[in-house]
Each structure stands twice: as C-alpha cells, then as structure tokens.
Design a protein around this ligand. Structure first.
Ligand SMILES: Cc1cc2nc3c(=O)[nH]c(=O)nc-3n(C[C@H](O)[C@H](O)[C@H](O)COP(=O)(O)O)c2cc1C
Length: 185
C-alpha cells in the first residue's frame, strides 16, 4: 500500500478481533514512529506497550472515573456521560495492544513530537492491515502520578498519545471531511 492509500483509507477502528499483534510487528510500527521529525532533533519519545488485559481493563476503569470526576458536567455530552458511566464500556474497545507514546522531556514541543510519531505509527499500521485509534479518553488519567506508576513511567514523562492497535473486525466507513478553510495571502 502506498502512502496516499494509507492516508486516505486509515480509519479510527473501534472493533477488533481477538487476534494478538506479534512483537516483531509492534517493533516495526515503533521503528516507523521514530522516523518522525522532532524539535531540535531531541527524539524525546518513549513507547510503553501494554498487552496485559488486566492492566488495560484497570486503565479503562480508572480513566473513565477520572474523566467523570475532573470534567465539568456541562462539558460532557449526554452520550459521553452515558458511556463513561457504563461499566461495560471499554475505552480500548477490546484491542489487544495499547502503545502509549510519551515525551521523556516536558518542554514546549512534547505534544507535537509525540503526535507526529503517532501519525507515522497509525499510517504504518494501516499499511500492514492493522487498525488503530488514538484514545484521548485515557490521556487525563495516564498523566496522573497513579497512571504513570501503573505503567512504571518516570514522573518526568508526559504521556501524549495512547494508540490502540489490533486486527480490525471490518472496514469502518470513512468519516466525511469538512471543506478545508484555506486562505492564500
Ligand atoms: C487526539 C485524539 C483523541 C481521540 N480520542 C478518541 C477516544 O477517546 N475514543 C475514540 O473512540 N476515538 C478517539 N479519537 C478518534 C477520533 O474520534 C477520529 O479520529 C475521528 O472521529 C475521525 O475519524 P477517522 O479517524 O476514522 O478519520 C481521537 C482522535 C484524536 C486525534
């Protein structure tokens, strides 16, 4: 699959088969991630690969509770309130793998660096026939001292991009794009 096809056919995948993703494939995705540009060539990213179902379940439960307790109700849509209160809702959609990309340094470009690595990872996964989805629901709790401790991350790390990876059960339909707001000066 060429780059254009990967860009145009990547989808946020929210339904996975039970098939695992082998370590060699995970390493291939991370190798693509670290090809991203980074500010001052710091390459500050660190990758934590979570495959333990119990740990994934624990993060999902605590992240939902964290979002509910830290987000003002007025800012949570009815749909979000419903799913976050649903004990059966797994924020990771039963994906077999979570790759958390964190910045090892807290600086002005921590988010940009890790987001660029995340996009490389997601497009490479697409071209390998795998599905991915960035799980923003997990971010808040993963940045807490408890979240970092669960994954053995140093306190100085900044978790940025929690990306689930797995074998998609089907092809999700494309989400239509708005017309870009472009101005030429
Ligand atoms: C920063 C960020 C956070 C996201 N968080 C979630 C999330 O918590 N749960 C989820 O199901 N999808 C999440 N998504 C996926 C978006 O909903 C998805 O990318 C968007 O609807 C467009 O669909 P597409 O990726 O299939 O083009 C997130 C995407 C980004 C970039």
């Amino acid at each position: 699959m060429d780059l254009k096809e990967a860009i145009y056919t990547r989808r946020a995948v929210r339904d996975y088969t039970a098939e695992s993703v082998d370590e060699a494939t995970i390493r291939l995705l991370i190798d693509a991630a670290v090809q991203a540009p980074s500010a001052v060539n710091q390459q500050p990213w660190a990758f934590c690969v979570v495959r333990d179902k119990k740990v994934l379940g624990s993060i999902s439960r605590q992240a939902k509770a964290h979002m509910l307790s830290t987000t003002p109700a007025a800012l949570l849509s009815h749909h979000f309130q419903e799913i976050l209160n649903d004990p059966g809702f797994d924020i990771f959609y039963n994906a077999p793998v979570l790759i958390l990309i964190s910045s090892a340094v807290e600086n002005a470009w921590a988010v940009e660096n890790c987001a660029l690595a995340a996009q490389n990872l997601m497009l490479t996964a697409r071209s390998a026939g795998l599905g991915t989805c960035w799980i923003g629901f997990a971010e808040g709790w993963l940045r807490t001292p408890e979240g970092k401790a669960l994954l053995g991350l140093p306190g100085s790390h900044v978790p940025v991009a929690p990306i689930i990876v797995g074998h998609p059960r089907g092809e999700p339909p494309a989400v239509p794009r708005k017309a870009p707001d472009i101005s030429f000066i």
